[in-house]
Design a protein around this ligand. Structure first.
Ligand code: THU
Length: 127
């Protein structure tokens, strides 16, 4: 089955219900579509020691990679049901594995935009 951007974004919004964000109240959901068709969802998980917080995008990526899934097509991200573009750390984290992944977000499922990660992180760093 070929998921549309809208369907993937809906999965990100649905994932938000498991976000743990008592400090910011900004609930982020991510839905990561692998090349083999699997979808890994992720949420932000905050911590009393704020710096230990993990973003939704990295949660999804870590779930996938730790199950041996390394090739990705797209990632949809939502924050409180609307737009949330990845932070700088997540851009770099994703760049390591999938510089060409398509990143999808927007004000709602009828207003989605997408960019290649290379556009969001020009001249990205990789050893
Ligand atoms: N957050 C994400 O989950 N992804 C991003 O790319 C941006 C920020 C989360 C981290 C924190 O829990 C909250 O949003 C506010 O920064």
């Amino acid at each position: 089955m070929n998921l549309t951007d809208k369907e993937l974004f809906r999965m990100a919004v649905k994932a938000e219900e498991h976000a743990y964000a008592p400090f910011s109240n900004f609930h982020v959901g991510a839905a990561l579509l692998a090349k083999d068709g699997r979808v890994f969802t992720g949420v932000n998980i905050e911590n009393s020691s704020y710096g230990a917080t993990i973003c939704a995008e990295r949660t999804a990526m870590v779930k996938a990679i730790s199950e041996g899934c390394l090739e990705f097509e797209a990632i949809a991200i939502s924050g409180n049901g609307g737009t949330s573009w990845p932070c700088g750390i997540c851009r770099q984290f994703m760049y390591e594995f999938c510089p060409d992944i398509r990143v999808i977000s927007g004000e709602g499922e009828e207003n989605l935009r997408s960019y290649a990660l290379r556009e969001l992180l020009p001249e990205g760093f990789k050893l």
